[in-house]
Design a protein around this ligand. Structure first.
Ligand code: SAM
Length: 260
């Protein structure tokens, strides 16, 4: 049985690591980022055109750099995070970048999201949905907040990243290489993140499960990306860079864009 991590524990964990997260992570507001070490929107071109007056909702925004990028294009942005400390960083970043974002405390499971249902041209979340108890409900909740004709973007941990590296030898030669041992693609094991007495669990799911949840929520998937690492990523950190060649041969992030 999987451990349940409530919203209070999530908030305490993210509050406790927030300052360090922003110290060690470099996120460039001049691109829309999808995850660590991978190309941003300037390379992938998978989002709709944005114009002044459009509306966007970000969930699990952290420093809200993606909302800043949208706000610079004239989009009216609302951004939620479960952590007050993360929102304080978002407020400072938005102010430094000279844009206004409506920053709100709240979780994927929060009733306040429901009160905003069907108001947004674009709903997005980068690497936050892996921390929720029920991603299928979270996808449905996000989809309910998208206007008819609007768009949703979710990026999350790729299920093949949730494995162990091992040395492998080909039966025809004895040259050893690094290979990936996938424990269980269909039910990937929990990735437990500890910080002092607090911890959260990051969970991966098969790519087909996300596809199904998006379709069930009434959306049509228009892009599915599993990018390899690049040198000049809009989101980078020394910790992620230390994964070196691993991220050239397996994807760490899967990205979905879908239309309502
Ligand atoms: C890995 S960070 C990513 C932050 C940001 N999206 C980015 O790409 O830099 C995950 C974020 O999700 C937030 N978070 C975790 N669980 C959440 C939940 N249940 N509801 C809303 N936000 C959550 C955390 O506070 C944290 O800011």
């Amino acid at each position: 049985m999987r451990e349940k991590i409530g919203d209070d524990a999530q908030e305490r964990y993210w509050d406790s690591i927030s300052d360090e997260y922003h110290d060690i992570t470099r996120i460039d507001c001049s691109d829309f980022h999808y995850g660590p070490q991978i190309p941003g929107e300037s390379a992938l071109h998978i989002l709709p055109e944005f114009s002044t007056g459009m509306t966007a909702l970000e969930i699990g925004c952290g420093g809200a750099q993606n909302s800043v990028w949208l706000a610079k294009r004239g989009v009216r942005c609302t951004a939620f995070d479960i952590s007050r400390k993360q929102l304080a960083h978002a407020k400072a970043i938005a102010s430094h970048q000279g844009v206004m974002i409506d920053l709100r405390i709240g979780s994927f499971a929060d009733f306040r999201l429901k009160t905003l249902a069907s108001q947004f041209d674009f709903v997005h979340s980068s690497h936050a949905i892996e921390f929720v108890e029920n991603p299928r409900d979270a996808v449905a909740e996000m989809a309910a907040s998208v206007k008819k004709g609007g768009w949703l973007m979710i990026s999350t941990v790729h299920p093949v990243y949730n494995g162990d590296w091992m040395a492998v030898a080909d039966e025809h030669d004895d040259v050893e290489r690094d290979g990936q041992f996938i424990v269980d693609y269909f039910n990937p094991p929990d990735d437990i993140r500890d910080e002092g007495s607090e911890h959260v669990v990051s969970r991966a799911y098969p790519v087909s499960a996300w596809f199904k949840w998006l379709r069930e929520a009434g959306l049509e998937v228009t892009a599915l990306e599993e990018p390899a690492a690049i040198a000049d990523a809009p989101y980078s950190s020394d910790d992620w860079a230390a994964h070196g060649g691993q991220l050239d041969v397996i994807p760490s992030t899967v990205i979905f864009v879908a239309k309502k």
